[in-house]
Design a protein around this ligand. Structure first.
Ligand SMILES: [Zn+2]
Length: 271
């Protein structure tokens, strides 16, 4: 079984525009699906992915509710586990976190660069406290983001500080931080948080990938792609180049994610 812990898709009405905008900001990065839910599902089928975690991001206060309504509408607990999003500057952020929980979603995604906050700003503490109380999984974008100039708002040292304020599971995306191998090793490896391994192919040098896995521990790593920006076939190229044992691959590709998402029976997936 293969669980992809980091994917994106957009509502049918806006996916084309959303993808165009993101592509333009990133320097016309190639896409591996069209950004729609059906595009994601096709990509899953073609690349052997059984379950995708869809990460949604509210980039302003006004959008928050509709982003979460969309997230809830596609969250079926079978092949799609969709996470909610809150915009930290909005007045009703704590209520919206409760709504995300009540809608049955298992986590929230934060993207400090898109949402304009420093990950370890103490003003975030009440939000992180609420996330902890609700037991929501907190996924953070981590490291560089090609849609923005530096300085970046979720670098490893700051990530470690923020994670220490959250009692529920924390996931630092992209191997702990895009282009941050040394600082991931220094500040995050061995810590009490997960890394998703998305957007690693051709980005995470193999030598760092090996060191990070060795130092962080196999039980806190989650396979991911960042679809539509990468897909499972690409990420598997990196992963299978690392010479891991079968039990290590099983942990990364599905066992750790099953535990985290509370999936007890492989039959929950459509296989
Ligand atoms: Zn992403």
């Amino acid at each position: 079984m293969l669980i992809d812990f980091h994917t994106h898709c957009f509502p049918d009405k806006i996916y084309e525009k959303a993808i165009q905008k993101l592509q333009a900001a990133s320097g016309n990065m190639e896409i591996y699906s069209d950004g729609s839910l059906s595009g994601l599902k096709n990509s899953m089928k073609e690349n052997g992915v059984d379950i995708s975690v869809v990460l949604n991001i509210a980039t302003n206060a006004h959008q928050q509710k509709s982003v979460n309504d969309f997230a809830a509408s596609i969250n079926n607990g079978k092949d799609i586990f969709s996470f909610g999003s809150v915009f930290p500057g909005s007045d009703d952020v704590l209520d919206e976190l409760e709504r995300i929980k009540a809608l049955g979603m298992k986590g929230v995604k934060f993207h400090p660069d898109y949402q304009g906050f420093e990950i370890d700003d103490p003003v975030m503490k009440p939000i992180y406290k609420k996330v902890s109380q609700l037991g929501l999984i907190a996924v953070f974008h981590a490291g560089f983001d090609y849609g923005f100039p530096p300085p970046y708002k979720a670098m490893p040292k700051a990530m470690a500080r923020a994670a220490s304020w959250i009692d529920s599971p924390v996931v630092a995306a992209h191997w702990g931080g895009i282009n941050c191998g040394d600082d991931v090793l220094k500040y995050l490896c061995g810590g009490n948080l997960y890394f998703d391994l998305s957007f690693g192919y051709c980005m995470m040098p193999k030598i760092y990938a090996k060191r990070i896995i060795e130092k962080h521990g196999i039980e806190k790593l989650l396979f991911g792609t960042d679809n539509p920006w990468h897909n499972a076939r690409l990420e598997m190229r990196l992963l299978t180049s690392l010479g891991l044992e079968k039990y290590e691959m099983d942990s990364i590709t599905h066992q750790n994610a099953m535990k985290l998402l509370g999936i007890n029976h492989p039959k929950n997936s459509l296989k």
